[in-house]
Design a protein around this ligand. Structure first.
Ligand SMILES: Cc1cc2nc3c(=O)[nH]c(=O)nc-3n(C[C@H](O)[C@H](O)[C@H](O)COP(=O)(O)O)c2cc1C
Length: 141
């Protein structure tokens, strides 16, 4: 039995965030996530976030505490917190997907992140992937 967990939450941005603020957030998030071997995806659409973080129990809980304490967002609702056998986003310290028109430091295509193009041999419809996918599809910028 692996010690891995996947956590997904939604939240709302406190205000309109500038690209510089998002870039800063992503840079420091990726640095910390790499240190704690946490992977995942952050989506930002129409002023709302959905994020998946995955890693060992201790590290996911540590990172989630840091995320909760950040005043750039509020109203966090935890949607998924479940044990997983393997990571959905193992290659991403924190992939970022947005429909905002601005250019990000790392504008990944959400199809690449949610589909089998990630390099996993079979695309498994895990609860986290399904949730992120529907968040992406049901929100307009
Ligand atoms: C929506 C959102 C997602 C975040 N995701 C992560 C994350 O995945 N990993 C992490 O370590 N911190 C994450 N954070 C926290 C920020 O990266 C971090 O607290 C912040 O950039 C620290 O910046 P400061 O020290 O300049 O305030 C997140 C914050 C927000 C608002």
């Amino acid at each position: 039995m692996s010690n891995l967990k996947s956590l997904v939450y939604v939240s709302s941005a406190t205000r309109n965030l500038s690209q510089a603020e998002i870039d800063h957030l992503l840079l420091s998030a990726r640095e910390r996530n790499e240190k704690y071997n946490v992977t995942g995806v952050l989506m930002y659409i129409g002023g709302n976030f959905m994020q998946c973080i995955e890693g060992t129990v201790d590290n996911v809980e540590l990172i989630y505490e840091i995320i909760k304490a950040n005043s750039l967002h509020y109203g966090l609702i935890q949607l998924i917190y479940r044990p997983i056998e393997c990571r959905d986003f193992k290659d991403w310290e924190m992939a970022y997907c947005t429909k905002e028109k601005t250019v990000s430091v790392a504008p990944y295509n959400h199809e690449d992140i949610l589909s089998s193009k990630l390099g996993t041999s079979s695309f498994k419809k895990t609860p986290s992937r399904i949730l992120l996918h529907s968040f992406w599809r049901s929100n307009s910028a």
